[in-house]
Design a protein around this ligand. Structure first.
Ligand code: HEC
Ligand code: HEC
Ligand code: HEC
Ligand code: HEC
Length: 416
C-alpha cells in the first residue's frame, strides 16, 4: 500500500505478487465488457453467461456467493478491510491503529448466499441497473456498474434460476396489529428500520447473540420498506422462523416464532400501508470560499480520505491502481490517479484513450471533476446523469462543505 512504502516495500510487494497477484491476473477476465459494442466483438459467437458476467464485473471483489470464487484478499475490497479491522493484517501496530480508525464505509457487504430463495429475479435485474440504498447501517451502497439491461437480466437469471410461485398474506386489521406487536416485542427493531410505518423501537432480543454478530446484524439489516418489492414470498415465513436454513451465513438470529406468529409478521411486513417518502432534496451548493484552500486540505478532506482507494498509484498495488485508474468492476481504465498533486493534475483518459485534464469545463460549465461529484448527489436522489458516473462510486455523495472545498480550490487556480 502506498501509505508505508518503506515498510511494505519492494520485497513484500514482490512476495504478495508471487503469492497471489499472478494467480489473480491469470484468472481475471479483461475488465472491458466482452460483448460491449465498444470492444468491437458484439457479433462474436459467444454470449457470456450470467456467471461469466459476474466475474467480468468483479462482483467477487465485494460479494461472496454462488458462482463467485472469492477474489484474493489484496484485491478484495471487503476482506482486506476486515483483516485490518480485526487486526490480522500484518503491518506495524501504529499504522494498523490509524487505518482501523479510517476504515468506515466497507466493513461488510451482504453475501449473496441463499439468494435463489430470498430475492426475486426481476427485482435483482432492476436493482443492478439502478441501485439504491437498502441498509441504513451500512455506509457503502451497491455501486452503479457499466451494466446494460441484457447483462442485468442474465446475471439475475443466473442468481435466481427458478422462483417459487408467490403466496398471499392476510391483510385484515387484526393480523396486521398482531404482526406489528410482534415486531415491536421480538427485538426486530434493534436491527431493522421500517421506513414509512410508525417507527419500530429497539427491544431486547429474546435470544442471546454475540456482540460482534449483533453489530454486524445492525449493519446488514435491510430497511423493511423495500422487502415487499424484493423477496420471494413463498420463503418469507420460513425465513422469519429460521434464517440460516435459507442463508447459512446470516447474522439474523433464530427467534422462536410459531408458524402463526411468523405469518402475522410477514403479513405486516408485506401489507402494512406505507407513508410516501418525502421528496429527495439536493444539497445546496455553497459559495466559493474567500480564504485560501490548498491541495493539502482538499487531499486530506476528499481525495485521500475517500477516493484514493479506487484511484491510486499502480506501482504500490501490484500494477493495479484501482477501478478508477487501471480499471475494474467492468470499467475500462480511466487512468485517473488521485494520490498526489502531480497525479491529480495529470488528469484522466477520455473515451478514445486520450489524456485530458479533469478541470476542463464540460457542456454544463462544470469541470469533469465537479460534474462527477454533483452527479453523485443526483444519483442518490434517483436522477441519473446520462454518460456520467457519480463519484465517489458506490458511496454516499460528498457533503456540501466538501464540494465547496473542491470548487473553491479549482476556482483559486488549484494551488499546491
Ligand atoms: C464495490 C463493492 C461491490 C461490488 C463490486 C458489487 N456489489 Fe453488490 N452490493 C454492494 C453493497 C455494499 C451492497 C449493499 C447495499 C445496500 O444494502 O444498500 C450490495 C448489494 C447487492 C445486492 C442486494 C443483496 C441483498 O441481500 O440485499 C445484490 C443482488 C448485489 N449487490 C449484486 C451484485 C452483483 C451481481 C455484482 C456484480 C455485477 C455486484 N453486486 C457488485 C457492493 C458491491
Ligand atoms: C490491501 C488492503 C485493501 C484493499 C484490497 C482495499 N482496501 Fe480500502 N482501505 C484499506 C486501508 C488500509 C484503508 C485506510 C487507509 C488510510 O487510513 O489511509 C482503506 C480505506 C478505504 C476507504 C476510505 C475510508 C472509508 O472507509 O470510507 C474506502 C472508500 C475504501 N478503502 C474502499 C475500497 C474499495 C472500493 C476497494 C476495492 C476496490 C478497497 N478499498 C480495497 C485497505 C484496503
Ligand atoms: C441481529 C440483527 C437482526 C435482528 C434482531 C433481526 N434481523 Fe431480520 N435481518 C437481519 C439481517 C442482517 C438481514 C439480511 C439478511 C442477511 O443478509 O443475513 C435480515 C433480513 C430480514 C428480512 C428480509 C428483508 C429483505 O428485504 O431482504 C426480514 C423480513 C427480516 N429480517 C425480519 C426480521 C424480523 C421480523 C425480526 C424480528 C423477529 C428480525 N428480522 C430480527 C438482521 C436482524
Ligand atoms: C469504488 C471505486 C471508486 C471510488 C471510491 C471513486 N471512484 Fe472515481 N471512478 C471510478 C471508476 C470505476 C471510474 C470510471 C468511470 C467511467 O469509466 O466512466 C471513475 C471515474 C472518475 C472520474 C471521471 C474521469 C473521466 O475522465 O471521466 C472522476 C472525475 C472521478 N472518478 C473522481 C473521483 C473522486 C473525486 C472520488 C472521491 C470523492 C472518486 N472518484 C471515488 C471508481 C471510483
Amino acid at each position: 500500500m502506498r501509505e508505508t512504502p518503506g515498510r511494505t516495500g519492494k520485497r513484500s510487494r514482490l512476495r504478495m505478487l508471487v503469492a497471489c497477484g499472478l494467480a489473480w491476473l491469470c484468472s481475471t477476465p479483461l475488465s472491458v465488457a466482452i460483448d460491449s459494442p465498444r470492444s468491437g466483438l458484439a457479433q462474436a459467437a459467444h454470449i457470456p453467461t450470467g456467471r461469466e458476467l459476474m466475474l467480468q464485473f468483479q462482483c467477487n471483489r465485494c460479494h461472496d456467493g454462488p458462482y463467485l470464487t472469492a477474489a484474493p484478499s489484496e484485491k478484495h475490497c471487503v476482506t482486506c478491510h476486515q483483516q485490518i479491522l480485526s487486526g490480522s493484517f500484518r503491518i506495524d501496530g501504529k499504522t494498523l491503529i490509524r487505518w482501523q480508525g479510517n476504515i468506515k464505509s466497507l466493513p461488510d457487504v451482504p453475501s449473496l448466499h441463499g439468494i435463489e430463495r430470498r430475492l426475486r429475479s426481476d427485482w435483482i435485474a432492476k436493482y443492478l441497473q439502478q441501485p439504491h440504498d437498502l441498509r441504513p447501517g451500512l455506509i457503502a451502497l451497491m455501486p452503479r456498474l457499466p451494466l446494460q439491461e441484457r447483462h442485468a437480466l442474465r446475471i439475475a437469471a443466473a442468481l435466481v434460476s427458478s422462483e417459487a410461485p408467490a403466496v398471499e398474506f392476510p391483510r385484515d386489521a387484526e393480523t396486521l396489529r398482531r404482526g406489528r406487536a410482534l415486531l415491536q416485542t421480538q427485538g426486530c427493531g434493534t436491527c431493522h428500520r421500517f421506513t414509512g410505518v410508525e417507527p419500530l423501537s429497539a427491544s431486547p432480543l429474546p435470544v442471546p447473540i454475540r456482540p460482534a454478530a449483533l453489530a454486524q446484524g445492525i449493519r446488514l439489516a435491510p430497511d423493511l420498506r423495500h422487502t415487499r418489492e424484493r423477496v420471494q414470498t413463498a420463503y418469507l415465513v420460513q425465513w422469519l422462523r429460521d434464517p440460516t436454513s435459507i442463508k447459512p451465513d446470516s447474522t439474523m438470529p433464530k427467534i422462536p416464532l410459531s408458524q402463526e406468529q411468523a405469518t402475522a409478521i410477514a403479513a405486516y411486513v408485506m401489507m402494512a400501508p406505507l407513508a410516501p417518502l418525502p421528496p429527495p432534496v439536493l444539497p445546496t451548493r455553497l459559495p466559493i470560499l474567500q480564504r485560501r484552500v490548498s491541495f493539502a486540505e482538499v487531499n486530506d478532506q476528499v481525495f485521500r480520505r475517500t477516493c484514493w482507494h479506487c484511484h491510486s498509484t499502480p506501482e504500490f498495488a501490484m500494477g493495479d491502481g484501482g477501478p478508477g485508474n487501471t480499471g475494474g468492476f467492468g470499467f475500462a481504465g480511466r487512468g485517473l490517479n488521485l494520490a498526489t498533486y502531480s497525479d491529480v493534475l495529470a488528469g484522466s483518459l477520455d473515451d478514445q484513450g486520450e489524456r485530458r485534464s479533469i478541470f476542463v469545463p464540460q457542456a454544463d460549465g462544470t469541470s469533469i471533476l465537479l460534474r462527477a461529484l454533483l452527479a453523485r448527489q443526483r444519483e442518490l436522489a434517483g436522477q441519473i446523469t446520462p454518460g456520467v458516473y457519480g463519484m465517489p462510486l458506490g458511496l454516499p455523495a460528498l457533503t456540501a462543505e466538501q464540494i465547496q472545498l473542491v470548487e473553491s480550490w479549482i476556482a483559486q487556480g488549484r494551488p499546491q
